[in-house]
Design a protein around this ligand. Structure first.
Ligand code: ADP
Length: 446
């Protein structure tokens, strides 16, 4: 087992990893930017090292500074969390060259699944359901038009190296496709350093359903069932839940098995999520694979009782997954609300600043993953998530009641948060009956 781990992240996920390490008897080294110098969780680390100023490029994304800190602190491994360097195959390769274990997949497995076009090809070879669309990257306009004619409009143009819901363009006819393809390539090149784009069928009514998987270095892969993440704003998830309401279990199992097959075929070790869209007839189409621990992992932890962050550490240390697929059981229903420092009444404008009031919910079935304490100052440099409220109950109805109750207990000020929006959603009749899809919030907020 590792003796000491460096946590190359910040905020709630840095604290989440720190907690897992503590329970495993592993020492922790946190790195931080000057914008985070007063972050309370730093006091819980065995050592904290400043790696630069607030802008992420000069700190949390600065590979040489993080590697220097790892060498100075003499760590055995680095946990990247999510975001920042977590999906950078070059970073995983540098760790390997420096003889530091990267807690996540090998750079090869990451490249195979992290690039959307490459991933689609591996998925197809392993009978994972994918979208009708281009086989690989589309180079020219005529080719794009031909593919769109074959699959029918609307289509969506996406960047192979894309992420964060950026750079996608929906085209409803040939003229729109022709006028968008070149711009999409240029935008992808500018945003992701890779101009490759591809085309797939655009689904008007869909749910986002993803499968949590785990792989180890002994060739095992298991699935921990699905999460429904249809509640999104601008392609960013805001509520996640499991199991997916109303999804036929046999159907879901087939898709989960396909996801695990893909992870195994890529010789993947660590936590991975295979994302799908599901249409109204419960047909599944793979979107992409996220090659890291995800924000919404606690939802799965609560319904399976499996600690995904600990598992990511154990398998990185070379241990086999300590349970079998048949041992994974779903118990009850779990839901997560992302608490963002944003003002829902002012078009979700970021609301950074000092948090004076911070009264948190508790009681049966309530979990709060956050790095915030009263007096904490939200820095303006990073994403706006300040915590995740996750609840667990016997079924979806009780889970929603419990979430509504917990949200009512949660008082934050003077900064604005997404708590009032979540409270409103818990009362919404369509949401309550499970009538959700990826455009639900867009319609509600119109
Ligand atoms: P990113 O990596 O940027 O997050 P994804 O491929 O995961 O991009 O897609 C993000 C979201 O965009 C999905 O959850 C869905 O809401 C929407 N989306 C992506 N592809 C399609 C599609 N083919 N049809 C309809 N919506 C889509």
């Amino acid at each position: 087992m590792f003796r000491r781990i460096l946590i190359a992240n910040r905020g709630e996920i840095a604290l989440r990893i720190l907690r897992a390490c503590r329970e495993l008897g592993i020492e922790t080294v946190c790195v931080y930017s000057t914008a985070d110098r007063n972050a309370p969780y730093l006091r819980l680390a065995d050592r904290a090292i400043c790696i630069g100023p607030g802008p992420a490029e000069e700190s949390y994304l600065n590979i040489s500074r993080i590697i220097s800190a790892a060498e100075v602190a003499d760590v055995d491994a680095i946990h990247p969390g999510y975001g920042f360097l977590s999906e950078r195959a070059d970073f995983a390769a540098i760790c390997r060259d420096c003889k530091i274990e990267f807690i996540g997949p090998s750079p090869e497995a990451m490249a195979k699944l992290g690039d959307k076009v490459a991933c689609k090809q591996t998925a197809k070879a392993n009978k994972v359901p994918i979208f009708p669309g281009s086989e690989g990257a589309v180079d020219d306009e005529e080719e794009a038009v031909k593919i769109a004619d074959d699959i029918g409009y609307p289509v969506i143009i996406k960047a192979s190296a894309g992420g964060g819901g950026r750079g996608m363009r929906v085209c409803r006819n040939e003229a729109s496709l022709r006028s968008n393809i070149r711009a999409a390539q240029q935008e992808a090149l500018a945003a992701f350093g890779n101009g490759a784009v591809f085309i797939e069928k655009f689904l008007e009514h869909a749910r986002h359903v993803e499968v949590q998987c785990l792989g180890d270095k002994h060739g095992h892969a298991v699935y921990l069932w699905e999460r429904d993440c249809s509640m999104q704003r601008r392609h960013q998830k805001i509520i996640e839940e499991a199991p997916g309401p109303g999804i036929e279990r046999k159907k879901m199992q087939t898709v989960c098995e396909a996801a695990a097959r893909l992870i195994k075929a890529a010789e993947y070790s660590g936590a991975a999520t295979v994302e799908f869209l599901m249409d109204e007839k419960q047909n599944f189409y793979m979107l992409e694979v996220n090659t890291r621990v995800q924000v919404e992992h606690p939802v799965t932890e609560l319904i399976t009782g499996i600690d995904i962050v600990k598992m990511s550490i154990l398998v990185a240390a070379g241990l086999p997954i300590p349970f079998k697929q048949k041992d994974v059981e779903i118990r009850g229903h779990a839901m997560e609300c992302r608490i963002n420092a944003e003002d829902p009444d002012r078009n979700f404008m970021p609301s950074a600043g000092r948090i004076d009031t911070w009264e948190t919910p508790g009681g049966p079935g309530v979990r709060l993953d956050t790095h915030v304490i009263p007096g904490y100052v939200v820095p303006p440099n990073y994403d706006s998530m300040i915590g995740k409220l996750i609840v667990h109950a016997d079924d979806r109805e009780q889970c929603i009641e419990r979430m509504a109750r917990a949200l009512r207990e949660f008082r934050v000020g003077p900064i604005k948060t997404t708590i009032p929006l979540h409270s409103r959603l818990m009362e919404h009749s369509d949401f309550r009956r499970g009538g959700i899809d990826i455009h639900f919030l867009e319609r509600l907020l119109k």
